[in-house]
Design a protein around this ligand. Structure first.
Ligand code: AR6
Length: 175
């Protein structure tokens, strides 16, 4: 935590000037809609090519885990692809899997000695995770990760695309 700034902004993650942006991907790593589609569109074909190499090596990416690729044409040098849980009511390990997405993304960024990372609101679109609950899990997971260890990360940005998430994050963060 010492020295790491946590920020909330409203907008499009593909234009963030950070070392890595996180993608809310699916297990296939082959792209999709929502933020995944936006990242692949803006970043260009190098990202998909890198995802295919990872698939060839390890298969897809299970929920809760994360992998890193080039950022292609994005301002960000890297994309960290993580797979959020599909919401099934909350008793099928969804909070733990969602927290793992944030922790594993921060771990990978730290391993690469990155200093700044931007997260979308993982699982709160197509995957149906209730936004308030997801925001609480996200902020708690990031805070505890940063408190528990030394890390290269100096800036964590939560990029909220919709007004509801933006409001929720600001409320929780300023409590
Ligand atoms: N920048 C930041 N956030 C965005 C952007 C953007 N350009 N576009 C959408 N969001 P979703 P999920 C927000 O559905 O729920 C994909 O098809 C959006 O408002 O992108 O984790 C994948 O391939 C929402 O709050 O991801 C998977 O199949 C948040 O991003 C599946 O969707 C997440 O919404 C993953 O579903």
């Amino acid at each position: 935590m010492k020295g790491t700034a946590i920020e909330v902004v409203k907008g499009d993650i593909t234009i963030q000037k950070v070392d890595a942006v996180v993608n809310a991907a699916n297990s296939s790593l082959l792209g999709g809609g929502g933020v995944d589609g936006a990242i692949h569109r803006a970043g260009g074909p190098a990202i998909l090519a890198a995802c295919k190499e990872i698939r060839a090596r390890q298969g897809g990416c299970p929920a809760g885990e994360a992998v890193i690729t080039t950022g292609g044409n994005l301002p960000a040098k890297y994309v960290i692809h993580t797979v959020g849980p599909v919401w099934h009511g909350g008793r099928e390990g969804e909070p733990e899997l969602l927290a793992s997405c944030y922790r594993n993304s921060l771990r990978i960024a730290s391993e690469q000695q990155l200093q700044s990372i931007a997260f979308p609101n993982i699982s709160t679109g197509v995957y149906g995770y209730p936004k308030q609950k997801a925001a609480e899990v996200a902020l708690q997971a990031v805070n505890s990760y940063l408190q528990e260890r030394e890390t290269s990360i100096k800036q964590v940005v939560f990029v909220c695309f919709d007004e509801e998430n933006y409001r929720l994050y600001r409320t929780i963060l300023h409590k």
